[in-house]
Design a protein around this ligand. Structure first.
Ligand code: ADP
Ligand code: MG
Ligand code: ZN
Length: 482
């Protein structure tokens, strides 16, 4: 991230994040309506998810399964006994006038994630992960007024609540990136911030060192890493200025405006008792047996941190390179598949971090080149068959039309000449044809060696492996010295 955050007037900041993740179930949490994103408004709803009186919810088992996977992947304890509660509030996007969520007995508790900070690794606690239903979407139309789309009513969500352990905007972004990667690895969600399948609320307060935490404000529904960072910087500054003016911070919900970069008050913060939470009488408690948990535990994929450690140990990659490669499961799997067909994993990693990352569209991990082909290119670079520049062109060409990399290099006539005997003969011939250059070189004009290199390179049609030719040229010149 760009500029590191600097404290203003000695105030520390405290951040806790609430992250909502839409689960990738085929159907909604309490009915059999579809959950597909982008369907025409109000085509994926029924009396249950629209909250008609007399309907009864039936919990989708997959929701519990997926939420538990999120909990297991973040080191949570999964509750053997959990229940669902009604959170009552009135808003037009919620036809039932209550949201089914979890209050005092959430499904997962006490987890954590490790993030990297300039001071080293840091543990960010996860208080809880609970399941709940999403609300509908309000569409504000200048001509028709406000319309409601109920397709999203009853789409299953998990809410992941962090401990107030985060201290800088950079830590907040690092936590979110880590959380997104880990959740995406489990396959329970797309985690697309731009489609709203991962949304983040930021709680923020300030205090002077040694003082208790200040009163927090909450900024809702931030939908990119960048807005999270900007909203934090802006809200911190606003709170510092307010406190310095002698004002007191009130607990409230604020909106962050991406256009102006400012936050503004939306409503005074509700407390839990405003919601009149009570157990939903239509739903049985969620009881999860140890055997079920064992089965789910076995489904967990190898997570980003474990893969990163393995890449560093087995392939000698740097922490930076390994981290980039594990940022998306599909990328990590691609890298591992390509590693199967190369003896040069570091060169392969390098090709991925430069050429592949440059060609990949944002938020995509679909690489149109067969892993074995990229692996082969890495080998060719390693063996000096092609230069790094040719490898770059080859990746771009295979991206357009995937094909056998040897055939492409052959057809393009770009294979490097790396036969030492042949290259030595060019070096010697260059010396024989330019006795004047050789004589000048021996008299101390060191840069005349470049002219000799140029002549030898010319004899190879520009295809000689430059490092090897240079080495052989130096050798021949030393040998010729009396
Ligand atoms: P609510 O439902 O009121 O939003 P939650 O318990 O779901 O409350 O979430 C509270 C969030 O605020 C948590 O992420 C928590 O870490 C964070 N938090 C609590 N106290 C503070 C504080 N003083 N400053 C900043 N964040 C805080
Ligand atoms: Mg909350
Ligand atoms: Zn429905």
């Amino acid at each position: 991230m760009a500029t590191p955050w600097k404290p203003l007037k000695g105030y520390e900041m405290v951040i806790g994040l609430e992250v909502h993740v839409e689960l990738k179930t085929k159907t909604k949490i309490f009915c059999s309506c579809k959950t597909d994103f982008g369907a025409p408004p109000n085509t994926q709803c029924c009396p249950v998810c629209m909250g008609f009186p007399g309907t009864l919810p039936v919990l989708n088992r997959q929701v519990v399964h997926y939420a538990a996977l999120a909990g297991l992947a973040t080191g949570c304890t999964i509750a053997r006994y959990s229940k669902q509660d009604r959170k009552n509030y009135f808003y037009p996007d919620l036809p039932k006038a209550y949201q089914i969520s979890q209050y005092d007995l959430p499904l997962c508790v006490d987890g954590h994630l490790m993030i990297e900070t300039p001071e080293g690794e840091k543990r960010i606690g996860i208080t809880r992960i609970h399941i709940e239903e999403d609300a509908g979407k309000l569409i504000h139309d200048p001509e028709q007024g406000t319309l409601i789309d109920c397709n999203r009513c009853g789409v299953p969500l998990i809410e992941i609540v962090s401990e107030p352990d985060i201290r800088t905007p950079q830590e907040a972004v690092a936590y979110l990136q880590k959380l997104r990667a880990v959740i995406a690895y489990t396959g329970i969600s797309d985690c697309k911030m731009n489609e709203g399948s991962l949304r983040c609320d930021v709680n923020l307060s300030i205090h002077k060192p040694g003082q208790p935490f200040g009163t927090r404000t909450e900024m809702k529904n931030l939908n990119s890493f960048q807005s999270v960072q900007r909203a934090i910087e802006e809200e911190y500054r606003r709170q510092v200025e307010a406190v310095e003016r002698g004002e007191t911070i009130v607990q409230e919900t604020r909106r962050f405006d991406q256009q102006t970069g400012k936050t503004s008050a939306m409503r005074r913060k509700e407390n839990a008792n405003d919601y009149r939470y009570f157990p939903d009488p239509d739903l049985a408690p969620i009881v999860t047996g140890e055997d079920t948990l064992d089965t789910w535990r076995k489904e967990l994929p190898v997570l980003p941190d474990q893969r990163k450690a393995r890449y560093m140990a087995d392939y000698g990659l740097t922490a930076y390179a390994a981290k980039q490669l594990v940022s998306e499961k599909a990328l990590a799997e691609y890298f591992e598949a390509a590693c199967e067909s190369t003896a040069a994993p570091k060169t392969l990693a390098n090709l991925m971090l430069t050429e592949v990352f440059r060609l990949l569209p944002p938020e995509s991990a679909a690489i149109p080149v067969a892993p074995a082909h990229l692996g082969r290119l890495a080998d060719m670079v390693e063996q000096g068959d092609i230069s790094a520049g040719v490898a770059k062109r080859a990746v771009a060409a295979l991206w357009e039309r995937d094909q056998d990399p040897d055939a492409w290099v052959e057809a393009a006539g770009l294979r490097q000449l790396s036969d030492p005997e042949l290259l030595r003969s060019y070096a010697e011939r260059a010396m024989a044809e330019h006795p004047d250059l050789v004589a000048g070189y021996y008299k101390g004009k060191a840069n005349l060696a470049k002219a000799l290199m140029g002549a030898a390179m010319g004899m190879s049609g520009g295809k000689a492996n430059p490092a090897l030719l240079q080495h052989l040229m130096d050798e021949a010149l030393e040998k010729g010295r009396k």
